[in-house]
Ligand binder design. Structure first.
Ligand SMILES: *Cc1c(COP(=O)(O)O)cnc(C)c1O
Length: 505
């Protein structure tokens, strides 16, 4: 009996030791290097073999491959897992780096940021507190200071890295709500919950603003009804005269305007609201001014186009999305405020994490400014990027993209088979195939068909959107390697599917 137990114990110990080789630590450096090498090879294979933006696989085809996978059965080794992951994922992953990927706001990423990810996930600092990150916290702060300075904020400003533009917008609306309530009702929402008038709070955005503002309003207990959408002008920018009219109307109706959100770079059109005019109105009515520059923060990088976001420096809070237009891998975003004291509206102290006496002893705990607790050191990617490529280098990428978008707009305008809706301040163009000689075909159907064919074949990807109930195609150009020839050949493909629809139906 005794010997059986001993043998079993030996076996268990052996298994444990076998598995311990997977722990990331000094004795397992060889295992680490070996696995990293394989990961690198898989990525290179992805770059070399995925020579169009998408394989065209359908959800059903791919789902079949998952049917016999039992996650309780281990694979033998890395080679087996890499093969499996290739079949299920890498082979069909959307290739954002491909010049003919011009669909959503996904930038190609830069190598310095990619290699920073290796340090980020291996060393695995958590940026909530100094005692879990040390230098990481100071690097993040330095990048926040840099961003604030580029925006034109004073030394009183501050900020924090976030998981994305949606989270940054939520934080903007959260501060707007709580600030207003304290200032005008002497009511602390953090402590006491929503005041009785909260259902009358109103937030003004353009009809082209990002849906995360509505989502924020509902999360914050104000309801989507709190969001008042202002009509855009012909270039899809917020009409500031209509904005003021709407504010007056809401006040007359007994509602309580608390904030205006200006979009610097709308998701669909890449156009920038008249930020300065909006800031004047915000001041006049004593409203929080939030600028959603998730996309438009790109213009901070380029002297040639920086003037387009003039007025951003007047904001109370700003959303920037480095993973939208600073060529950073997901996730990497920022939320910046003009006055660091605003953050006290959301600071909570926990004795085990960030006790209040840390503040007095100048120990920097970023969690005081965040709605997350454990948080990735995403800032390191931007650090590597600025050190290796520099602001000017990134700015040149942005200038190139803007130039390509301008040329693409002219190409679409001069082509009788296409109809283009906007001139973009950045790089998003909304258009549709409109060759329809006998006007017998519904353009919505033709363009929906075109988009589905593009995804089915995967050789060029564009996005789709609706404007005034009509379906349009959209180019979002974020790759400096995308040439006007790429755009031209994508239009040729679009034309082909357009003709095909007309012939078949
Ligand atoms: C993408 C986008 C967002 C949301 O950002 P995420 O990083 O996707 O959360 C917000 N605002 C605008 C204008 C955007 O384009």
């Amino acid at each position: 009996m005794d010997t059986v137990i001993t043998q079993q114990t030996v076996l268990e110990r052996e298994n444990l030791f076998k598995n311990l080789k997977n722990l990331f630590c000094e004795v397992n450096v060889h295992e680490y290097q070996n696995a990293m090498q394989k990961a690198q090879e898989a990525v290179v294979e992805f770059l070399e073999e995925n020579n169009q933006p998408f394989s065209g696989v359908s959800p059903n085809e791919l789902r079949k491959q998952f049917e016999n996978i039992n996650l309780n059965e281990q694979s033998k080794n890395y080679d087996e897992v890499f093969d499996e992951v290739k079949t299920l994922y890498t082979k069909h992953a959307i290739a954002f780096h491909h010049p003919k990927y011009v669909a959503h706001l996904n930038c190609p990423v830069v190598i310095p940021a990619v290699i920073a990810e290796v340090l980020i996930s291996s060393i695995n600092s958590s940026l909530d507190t100094w005692d879990q990150s040390a230098g990481g916290t100071l690097m993040e702060q330095k990048l926040i200071e840099w961003t604030c300075k580029e925006i034109g904020f004073s030394k009183e400003s501050d900020g924090v890295f976030t998981s994305g533009g949606s989270q940054s917008n939520l934080m903007g609306m959260l501060l707007a709500r709580d600030h207003y309530s304290i200032k005008h009702f002497n009511h602390n929402i953090k402590k006491n919950g929503l005041p009785i008038h909260a259902h009358r709070f109103r937030i003004f955005v353009s009809e082209a603003a990002h849906f995360s503002i509505q989502k924020s309003a509902s999360i914050l207990g104000l309801g989507e009804q709190a969001v008042v959408k202002i009509k855009t002008d012909r270039s899809f920018k917020m009409n500031s005269i209509l904005l003021e009219d709407a504010i007056k109307k809401e006040i007359e109706e007994g509602n309580i305007p608390i904030a205006i959100v200006g979009t610097a770079g709308t998701t669909d059109f890449g156009n920038i609201d008249p930020l300065h005019n909006i800031s004047v109105i915000a001041k006049k009515y004593d409203l929080w001014f939030h600028v959603d520059a998730a996309y438009g923060c790109a213009l901070l990088l380029t002297e040639n186009h920086r003037h387009l976001i003039h007025g951003i420096e007047e904001a109370d809070s700003v959303t920037v999305d480095y993973h939208k237009s600073f060529f950073q891998p997901v996730s990497s975003s920022g939320f910046l405020v003009k006055d660091k004291n605003y953050f006290t509206l959301i600071t909570h102290y926990a004795d085990y994490l960030n006790p209040k006496d840390h503040d007095d002893n100048a120990i920097p705990n970023q969690v005081n400014k965040s709605i997350q607790t454990t948080r990735r050191f995403d800032a390191l990617k931007l650090w590597f990027t600025l050190r290796i490529i520099g602001k000017k280098g990134l700015g040149d990428y942005i200038d190139t993209i803007i130039q390509t978008a301008k040329k693409a707009a002219v190409m679409l305008e001069n082509d009788p088979e296409f109809e283009i809706l906007n001139r973009s301040d950045i790089s998003a163009l909304v258009f549709r195939y409109s060759a329809n000689p006998f006007k017998t075909f519904d353009l919505n159907r033709i363009n929906t068909y075109i988009k589905s064919q593009l995804y089915k074949h995967g050789n060029a990807l564009v996005a789709g959107t609706k404007v005034n109930g009509q379906f349009y195609l959209k180019f979002t150009i974020l790759n400096p390697l995308t040439t006007i020839e790429d755009i031209q050949s994508t239009l040729t493909i679009i034309r082909k599917y357009g003709n095909e629809y007309v012939e078949v139906n």
